[in-house]
Design a protein around this ligand. Sequence first.
Ligand SMILES: [Zn+2]
Ligand SMILES: [Zn+2]
Length: 189
Amino acid sequence: MPDAHLRAASPWVIDTRAIGLSKHDGPGLAHRLDIHGPAPDHTVSGVLQVPGGSEVSVTGLMESVAEGVLVTGEVSALAVGSCSRCLCDIEVPLVATFREMFAYPDSATAETTDPDEVPRLVDEAADLAPLIHDELVLAMPAIPVCRPDCPGLCPVCGERMDGVGPDHRHETMDPRWAALAMMKDTKGK
Ligand SMILES: [Zn+2]
Ligand SMILES: [Zn+2]
């Protein structure tokens, strides 16, 4: 019987019994995945994050193999954050492909590997959330920018160069010239 409670709790927990891929059904079977669900908690890296409530899409295939269930596919989501140069708000589309085996707890693979390396089927269910989290975090650029040639901030006043225009500059004058310039200014009035 599918565990209705577990399935209701997270769309990322796939009960292999419910999709006809339990160990009992044997290897060589496949089930297509097309899931849209909320981003796993703390999908964050540096200045980017996929907000908790936002939608993540996963398409792919689950296949029963001798040692467990193989999951291959693509995950996509929209990350939000700020440009590393000018600090304006940006959105960064993320796409990652993955291939992961969830081992049967009593398989040779489970006996010879650490659960951190090869995830396990728990109660015949595969929890894709940690996999999705890790793939999205890895897909986030380390130094995201609003556009490749973002001019960033003015190093003197901190204004966004995009906002103040290309002619924006600060006269750095020798104090003596500054005094002269002031005299000229007063004369002009
Ligand atoms: Zn920028
Ligand atoms: Zn400035």
